[in-house]
Design a protein around this ligand. Structure first.
Ligand code: ADP
Length: 491
């Protein structure tokens, strides 16, 4: 019986999952690792600890399921995106702590870049908004701050990778230095249209080409996991950044298919097909996971505070004792009575990109109570996501017909029903919500002929629950307008 192994390396834990020929998950194991905050706004991780956690998770899931490593015919890798590792080619040791995607240490440099004459060119070429989030400025920071790093980079003695690249290099005993289009499109160093590292961008960031990995399609064999690691040689055949892997795991392989992940924040992606998207609404253009060398694009928008507003209700306000309780409390009142919670705790993401906005609760009256505030907080997650989907439709001129959902807060039925209502579109929750790991497995399994292609894995996708919109269009429009008025106050 052939199995596909998926290595799902997230921001707080490394997970390993096993899938059978029918695309069913038969086992999963997670190993946490540490995040370090050495200065305000800085976020670091130990790349070697990530590697060990990932290996421990893989060994554990094989042992738990009593599956022989020789029965694993493909391995897919998905990863927290943008996080930056630079290591010594000879020793395999990182030359500095990994700089995590959330880290703001390069914000000043990016601010200057955003005000420079190159800003328009950078955004056009990469599809990204200039920000410390992406890898380019993080690589530059490491080269600037580690002695001799610039010289070593030019001499090819050190290598850069996002976590996919780092894990693959380690898994292949240092033989393979690659990344895929979806991860490369988050570095701010790749020309989104051509899928190649761009000399002009490399010059602006001061990064020598010699340290960069080769860019390959997301589905296709890149090398073998050495036999000493898991007990047999295993082909590495799928690579994608976590959000693009989730898009694949939701079987969104065609233009117009959309998914939204409800975690700490929300990440909405719409498949844009083979045509490069150009956003007039400050969404990001990015590469979707590709099954071959034909470029596949996606439009992406994110909400910074989504499930995190539920944590805030619990931990800072003490209005609820568990996240799950928010559902019943919100449903205990027919509406919020005009109350809005705008959780702009760290500013607002797309389509506003307003780092100066701050949170507020508006529309309070003497009859506003705990239930109204809890309900308004959940509604804020749906309103913010609704604005992303609205912007995506405005950009593409096409109608999104349904929204596929996953992530920790997607279990909240009140939230999902309200999301369907405020979108005026069905919201669909699949049976397997571990879509990130699943997407990486699909990419690897298709490459190794476990599955014949996108059509076959689409046939595995099962709906657990479908939420149909019930709100009249006039009410929906009025509610959205009232939300936008509250947002304008927060700005
Ligand atoms: P991440 O991957 O970002 O850590 P998860 O996908 O694990 O996030 O989701 C966790 C988030 O979902 C938390 O912010 C939590 O507050 C929220 N959450 C979990 N369960 C519920 C629920 N039943 N209703 C609303 N929010 C929830």
């Amino acid at each position: 019986m052939p199995f596909v192994l998926s290595l799902d390396e997230g921001t707080t834990s490394a997970r390993a999952a096993l899938y059978n020929e029918k695309g069913e998950r038969v086992g999963m194991h997670s190993v946490p690792f540490e995040c370090l905050y050495p200065h305000p706004g800085w976020v670091e991780q130990d790349a070697t600890a990530i590697w060990r956690a990932q290996m421990d998770a893989a060994s554990a899931v094989l042992l738990q399921q009593q599956i022989s490593p020789s029965d694993i015919v493909a391995c897919g890798i998905t990863n927290q995106r943008e996080t930056t590792v630079v290591w010594d080619r000879k020793t395999g040791q990182p030359i500095a702590p990994a700089i995590v995607w959330q880290c703001r240490r390069t914000a000043d440099f990016c601010g200057e870049l955003a005000r420079s004459s190159s800003a328009g060119m950078i955004q056009d070429k990469t599809g990204l908004v200039i920000d410390a989030y992406f890898s380019g400025s993080k690589i530059r920071w490491i080269l600037d701050h580690v002695p001799d790093a610039h010289q070593k980079a030019r001499d090819g003695e050190i290598l850069f990778g996002n976590i996919d690249t780092w894990l693959i290099w380690k898994l292949t005993g240092g033989a393979v230095h690659v990344t895929d289009y979806s991860n490369a499109s988050r570095t701010m160093l790749m020309d989104l249209a051509t899928g190649e590292w761009d000399d002009e961008l490399l010059r602006i960031f001061g990064i020598p080409r010699a340290i960069l990995p080769a860019i390959v399609p997301s589905s296709g064999r890149v090398g073998m996991i050495t036999a000493d690691l898991l007990g047999a040689e295993i082909p590495i055949s799928g690579i994608a950044g976590d959000q693009q892997a989730a898009l694949a795991g939701q079987a969104c392989f065609r233009p117009g298919l959309s998914k939204n992940t409800y975690g700490t924040g929300c990440f909405a992606l719409t498949h844009a097909g083979a045509r490069q998207p150009r956003s007039a609404n400050r969404l990001l253009g990015t590469r979707a996971a590709s099954l071959d060398a034909t470029p596949q694009f996606a439009v992406e928008g994110s909400v910074f505070i989504a499930g995190a507003v539920v944590q805030w209700l619990r931990d800072s306000l003490g209005l609820i004792s568990t996240a799950a309780e928010s559902e019943a409390i919100a449903a205990s009142v027919p509406d919020t009575g005009g109350v809005h919670v705008v959780p702009a705790f760290v500013g607002l993401g797309a389509p506003y990109w307003d780092s100066g906005a701050r949170g507020l609760i508006s529309g309070l009256t003497r009859s506003s109570g705990k239930a109204e505030i809890v309900r308004a907080a959940l509604e804020s997650i749906a309103f913010q996501s609704g604005e992303l989907i609205e912007a995506m439709e405005a950009d593409s001129g096409e109608t999104i017909t349904e929204l596929r959902v996953d992530g920790g807060a997607a279990v909240n039925n009140f939230l999902m029903q309200f999301q369907a209502d405020i979108l005026g579109k069905p919201v669909v929750r699949p049976a397997d919500v571990e879509t990130t790991a699943l997407g990486a497995a699909y990419l690897a399994g298709i490459a190794e002929n476990v599955w014949s292609g996108a059509a076959e894995v689409e046939s595995f996708w099962r709906v657990e629950r479908r939420f149909e919109p019930r709100m009249p269009a006039s009410v929906r429009r009025a509610r959205m307008d009232a939300w936008k008025a509250a947002v304008s106050r927060a700005r």
